[in-house]
Design a protein around this ligand. Structure first.
Ligand code: SF4
Length: 274
């Protein structure tokens, strides 16, 4: 059930709620302007070769919470077979603009998955597009998304968090590291099975490519949303970022923000996921 005090709630039309949110954001911007990117750097999405192998080694080498032994070795043959099949595929995803579709061909197919009565929607935000001034801390899995806070009010994550229906079948995650999201996904699949979990997660293009086979291995279906701005496109930058050293800001491009908000609006109209 949506909270009646939320700006986005069923008692007022979406357009009205969005206008109210944006008016508050404009006021916050003039009173407390945030550090932003003035221009988008023209960076290649991936500036290194053999990233899948490098990603595999990275994951195994830094598996301090023993994700492999706690989850993957429970079904070693199933997961190994899926991983090998995924490796042999020419392309690990279907690209639709900034949306990278895994185990799916279209966004409509993804929406159908969310309409299933037992779907669980995981919406994840990489920490690197949190504002520098984020009150919950940038390199953190927290997000207070306080509508009256001048930073949250200017933050895209804050807007989505307020627009999302408040439901137990929607699980927002704020992602500091690849091991964090890997462990969360393994735990969800372990608990609910791979048919229920449907994701939409923001990440750099290199990460979307590097760990695609791991998503296929778990049987996950979802959308990876490509970030722009000061992305990580080398293993060195990725490694530093995984330790919280990320002086640059990434962004969800305006057009892609709109696509995500359209999906959130669609969730309201369909009451999905149940
Ligand atoms: S909405 Fe969340 S991520 Fe954005 S500034 Fe607020 S606490 Fe940080």
């Amino acid at each position: 059930m949506d909270h009646p005090l939320k700006i986005f709630n069923p008692t007022i039309p979406w357009e009205e709620a969005e206008k109210k949110w944006e008016e508050g954001a404009a006021q916050a911007r003039s009173a407390h302007p945030l550090k932003t990117l003035f221009t988008l750097p023209q960076m290649p999405g991936i500036a290194e070769k053999h990233i899948k192998w490098k990603g595999l080694i990275y994951l195994l080498r830094h598996d301090t919470n023993h994700i492999v032994s706690r989850y993957l070795l429970k079904h070693p043959f199933k997961y190994l077979a899926r991983y090998m099949i995924s490796l042999l595929r020419k392309k690990s995803y279907v690209r639709d603009g900034d949306f990278f579709l895994y185990n799916l061909r279209t966004v409509d197919e993804w929406k159908k998955c969310l309409l299933a009565p037992d779907a669980l929607f995981v919406i994840g935000f990489s920490y690197c597009h949190k504002p520098f001034e984020c009150p919950s801390g940038r390199f953190s899995d927290e997000c207070i998304h306080e509508a009256t806070h001048p930073v949250c009010r200017q933050c895209f994550i804050g807007k989505v968090m307020h627009a999302l229906p408040a439901k137990e079948s929607i699980l927002p995650l704020f992602i500091p590291t690849v091991h964090y999201i890997g462990e969360k996904m393994c735990a969800l699949v372990d608990r609910y099975g791979d048919k229920r979990v449907v994701f939409l997660i923001t990440a750099c293009e290199m990460t979307l490519e590097m760990f695609a086979d791991w998503g296929h291995m778990l049987g996950l279906r979802g959308i990876g949303v490509r970030l722009d701005g000061r992305i990580c496109n080398t293993m060195k930058a990725f490694d530093l970022s995984e330790r919280g050293i990320k002086p640059g800001l990434t962004v969800v491009l305006d057009e892609t923000q709109q696509r995500i908000l359209d999906i959130v609006k669609w969730l309201h109209s369909t009451n999905a996921p149940a």
